[in-house]
Design a protein around this ligand. Structure first.
Ligand code: AMP
Length: 215
C-alpha cells in the first residue's frame, strides 16, 4: 500500500504518519526529515537545502525529487510507503507519477489533512521536537513531562528554527501558492480522501485506519 499525506504544515501529518506506520508497518518517508538529517550530517545536499528551509521556502524541485527517488529505491519501500511532505508542487507530483509508472507501482490513496489556519498558527508556534528521536510535542496540548527533555529518549526538546513566527508565514504562503493545487490534482484522479483534524489526531487516525482497511 502506497499513500500520500497531503496538508499544510502544522496539520499533524507527522503524528498521523507515525500512527499509520505503527499500525501498518509501511515506511514513513518525510522529505522534511530527510533534509534535516542531511543538514545534521553536513552533507552537500544539506548545505544546499539549509538556506531555503531557514527562510520557510521550498527547496528546488530538482534536489527534492532526486532525494525522494533515491529514498524510494531503498528496500523498505518495496512493501509500501507513505509520503509525508512530498509532493509539494505539481512538478513534484508529475515526477512522482513518472517514477512510479516506470516501476509499475501506484498510489492507493491521498489523505488530505486539514485544520483551520488559526489552529495551524497555534500548533506550529507551540510545537517542540526532540533533537535526538524526532518525537513531536506541543507546549499547550502535549508538553514533555519534564520541560525540555524527551519522554522517550531523554534528548533535548527544542523549537525547530522554521517554527519561528516570521518563518511560519512564509511556509503557509508556500503551501497556499504551490501545494494547495495538488488537492485538485489528486481529486481529479479520484484518489483524494479528506480528514479534518480539528477532532484530534487520535480520532483522525482511527478514521484513516478504517479507510485503509477497506482499500
Ligand atoms: P516539513 O518538515 O515537511 O515541514 O518540511 C520542512 C522544510 O523542508 C520545508 O519548509 C521546505 O523548506 C523543505 N521541504 C520539505 N519537503 C519539501 C518538498 N517536497 N519540496 C520542497 N521543499 C521541501
Amino acid at each position: 500500500m502506497n499513500l500520500i499525506l497531503l496538508g499544510a504544515p502544522g496539520t499533524g501529518k507527522g503524528t498521523l504518519a507515525d500512527g499509520i506506520r505503527k499500525a501498518t508497518g509501511i515506511a514513513h518517508v518525510s522529505t522534511g526529515d530527510l533534509f534535516r538529517a542531511n543538514i545534521k550530517e553536513g552533507t552537500p545536499l544539506g548545505k544546499e537545502a539549509e538556506g531555503y528551509m531557514a527562510r520557510g521556502e521550498l527547496v528546488p524541485d530538482s534536489l527534492t525529487i532526486a532525494m525522494l527517488e533515491a529514498r524510494l529505491g531503498q528496500d523498505d519501500c518495496r512493501a509500501g510507503f507513505m509520503l509525508d511532505g512530498f509532493p509539494r508542487t505539481v512538478a513534484q507530483a508529475d515526477a512522482l507519477a513518472a517514477f512510479l509508472a516506470a516501476k509499475g507501482w501506484r498510489i492507493d490513496a491521498v489523505l488530505n489533512v486539514t485544520l483551520a489556519d488559526a489552529t495551524i498558527q497555534d500548533r506550529l508556534s507551540g510545537r517542540r521536537v526532540c533533537a535526538s528521536c524526532g518525537r513531536s510535542y506541543n507546549l499547550q496540548a502535549m508538553p514533555p513531562k519534564v520541560e525540555g527533555v524527551c519522554d522517550d529518549c531523554g534528548g533535548a526538546v527544542e523549537q525547530r528554527p522554521d517554527d519561528r513566527p516570521e518563518t511560519i508565514a512564509n511556509r503557509l504562503r508556500a503551501y497556499h501558492e504551490k501545494t494547495r493545487p495538488l488537492v485538485d490534482y489528486y481529486g481529479g484522479r479520484g484518489l483524494l480522501h479528506g480528514f479534518d483534524n480539528e477532532i484530534g489526531s487520535k480520532e483522525t487516525l482511527q478514521r484513516i485506519l478504517r479507510l485503509l482497511a477497506g482499500l
